[in-house]
Design a protein around this ligand. Structure first.
Ligand code: S3P
Length: 171
């Protein structure tokens, strides 16, 4: 394992549908002594509701506050791989936590993401033109995602194992 990584936490950032959770879990397994955590899953358990239900009941701003609290609570753990919700990078305060570890950006084209998230419930994509919304969000967040320590580009057709391998090699 690279000296950069030995013992430090790993944070996956990137758009919804970029594979942060599946890849993060695989990478944690490959690293042996790391545990995997997902901010969306922790938030859902704490709220007793799904993410779409939280958006519906409380609105996006309340979701963002809760998401930041989840990050606060996990970042003190050691040897964790964390998958973060796609919009978490937009709050400046969250970066002080992310920067305590190594930040990995999973970069995927919106067109490829659209194919991967078909049939899943993403509250921010409940619009007339989900691809256009995804392109707009990607553009708005680009600068933040590019603050990552490591960027891993995902091409269409790569399996999650391929992506996990590419991440581990890049660390
Ligand atoms: C969001 C991404 C979702 C979830 C929420 C908002 C976003 O997480 O946090 O729907 O703003 O991009 P994933 O990136 O895990 O899908």
């Amino acid at each position: 394992l690279s000296p950069r990584l030995r013992g430090c936490n790993l944070y996956f950032i990137g758009m919804m549908g970029s594979g942060k959770s599946t890849v993060g879990d695989l990478v944690a397994r490959r690293m042996g002594t790391y545990n995997f955590l997902d901010t969306d899953t922790i938030l859902e358990r704490a709220a007793g509701m799904s993410i779409p239900e939280v958006f519906e009941a409380e609105g996006e701003e309340a979701f963002r506050v809760a998401e930041a609290q989840v990050l606060d609570s996990v970042h003190a753990h050691v040897r964790i791989v964390v998958s973060t919700g796609g919009g978490l990078v937009m709050r400046n305060q969250n970066w002080s936590k992310l920067q305590t570890g190594l930040v990995v950006y999973l970069k995927v084209d919106p067109e490829v993401i659209m194919k991967r998230i078909e049939g899943t419930d993403r509250p921010l994509l409940q619009t007339d033109n989900p691809l256009e919304t995804l392109q707009k969000l990607t553009e708005e967040r680009k600068e933040r995602y590019e603050q990552a320590d490591v960027t891993v580009e995902i091409e269409e057709g790569m399996s999650v194992e391929d992506v996990a391998d590419k991440c581990v090699r890049a660390l």
